[in-house]
Design a protein around this ligand. Structure first.
Ligand SMILES: NC(=O)C1=CN([C@@H]2O[C@H](COP(=O)(O)OP(=O)(O)OC[C@H]3O[C@@H](n4cnc5c(N)ncnc54)[C@H](OP(=O)(O)O)[C@@H]3O)[C@@H](O)[C@H]2O)C=CC1
Ligand SMILES: CC(=O)[C@@H](O)[C@H](O)COP(=O)(O)O
Ligand SMILES: [Mn+2]
Length: 381
């Protein structure tokens, strides 16, 4: 029986994680969870899985829930995320919270020796060097949940990492993959939220449309697999059936395939090194699909991907600045305060103005993160 702490339980990944836990009650027990502002969904999960500790975003919600469930402990805010992540009974943290707010709780869980199943890519982008250094120090496994990284992880199983020629991350191209830059001028939030293959949270769906998602994933792959950027490629693959590939120096290419269902990589991170049957999973039928498509990426068209490679190659605090600028700009776009193309314009502006600090410590990262968010907010005034 693995005991689980779950950050971001009410989100897209969180709900799918809860589904897996519910379907495998003899393997997993949810001991602690965090949610944000969705209190109705939080109640549903509490009623279903009876955790010992729950953290919500706001104090008044914690107080209200405490009255309703006196036998459960409630907490709130950033300190609540840390309490959930470090619950003394859990051995695994599933980090499915959104954004760099997940950083401190991840570091705290690593220092408690917990295995980390990480969906929260922003944490690895903003402070990958700190997370991986702590993981090495405390001998903790960081298991990927992101579909591409899970595919790479599975394609590296039993192989010698020194014999890898390159990692190939597949990219659907997002909601606007067939549009020119000119056509992107008039797109709406509703259009952008219409991902062709995956049903996901709003922020990552917009990231997918700008291709910043793939940029964050290139950096995530660099961090998780210790691979230089020269050996990480992106390949457009519109069906999202091949989740990513690893090429070896004998020219062999190993890939992981499957229908687009995030419960597969989530469950694999939870059951690793075993595999559990997926309740309600659709089997891949390649004969029915017939054709798979591949195309080279045009970096002038997908400018955010180029910005992410630039930040990744530079390293240092510019990664935090880029990530925070993206988080802030995407939030503004979702509130319809800026246009779609302004997202990457703002990120580029922030990166151009940034005074880079190599190997930033936690304090520097938190400072750059909050200052960048203020800068982006001031750009729309
Ligand atoms: N969705 C997907 O298929 C995939 C997602 N990922 C990554 O997983 C992470 C989560 O994505 P996704 O599930 O789509 O996101 P969602 O927006 O669907 O969910 C985010 C979760 O985080 C909570 N949350 C948001 N902000 C805060 C905060 N400030 N404090 C506490 N809790 C907060 C939300 O709470 P509430 O809703 O209650 O307010 C919710 O539980 C992201 O890093 C994303 O890039 C990676 C691969 C695939
Ligand atoms: C499901 C998942 O892992 C997402 O990150 C997905 O990869 C988004 O797809 P694209 O970014 O390729 O559109
Ligand atoms: Mn992904």
């Amino acid at each position: 029986m693995k005991k689980i702490s779950l950050l971001g339980a009410t989100g897209s990944i969180g709900i799918q994680t809860v589904d897996i836990l519910r379907n495998n009650l003899d393997c997993f027990k949810l001991v602690a969870l965090s949610s944000g502002k969705n209190i109705e969904k939080t109640r549903e999960i509490i009623n279903d899985l009876q955790p010992e500790l729950v953290s919500v975003q706001q104090e008044q919600d914690a107080l209200q829930l405490q009255k309703e469930y006196p036998h459960i402990q409630f907490t709130f805010g950033t300190k609540g995320l840390v309490e959930v992540a470090t619950h003394p009974d859990s051995t695994v943290l599933v980090n499915a919270v959104l954004g760099s707010v997940g950083l401190e709780s991840t570091l705290a869980a690593i220092r408690m020796g917990k295995t980390i199943a990480i969906a929260n890519k922003e944490t690895l982008v903003t402070a990958g060097h700190l997370v991986m250094a702590e993981a090495r120090k405390y001998n903790v496994a960081i298991l990927p949940v992101d579909s591409e990284h899970s595919a790479i992880f599975q394609s590296m199983n039993g192989e010698n990492p020194k014999q890898i020629e390159r990692l190939i991350l597949t990219a659907s191209g997002g909601s606007f993959r067939d549009k020119t830059r000119e056509q992107l001028k008039g797109v709406t939030v509703k259009d952008a939220l219409n991902h062709p293959n995956w049903s996901m949270g709003a922020k990552i769906t917009i990231d997918s449309a700008t291709m910043m998602n793939k940029g964050l994933e290139v950096i995530e792959a660099h961090v998780l697999f210790n691979m230089p950027f020269e050996k990480i490629d992106v390949l457009l693959h519109k069906e999202s059936i091949i989740h990513s590939l690893v090429e070896y120096h004998d020219t062999s290419v190993i890939a992981q395939l499957g229908t687009p269902d995030m419960r597969v990589p989530i469950q694999y991170a939870l059951s690793y090194p075993d595999r559990l049957p997926l309740v309600g999973g659709n089997r891949l039928n390649l004969a029915q699909i017939g054709q798979l498509h591949f195309k080279e990426v045009d970096f002038d068209r997908f400018r955010a991907l180029k910005l992410a490679y630039d930040a990744g190659r530079a390293g240092g605090s510019i990664l935090t600045a880029m990530n925070a600028a993206n988080e802030a700009a995407v939030a503004l776009f979702l509130e319809e305060k800026i246009t779609f193309l302004q997202i990457e314009e703002m990120i580029e502006q922030v990166m151009n103005d940034h005074q880079n600090i190599l190997m930033p410590d936690l304090e520097t990262i938190l400072h750059v993160d909050s200052e960048t968010r203020k800068t982006v907010a001031s750009m729309v005034k």
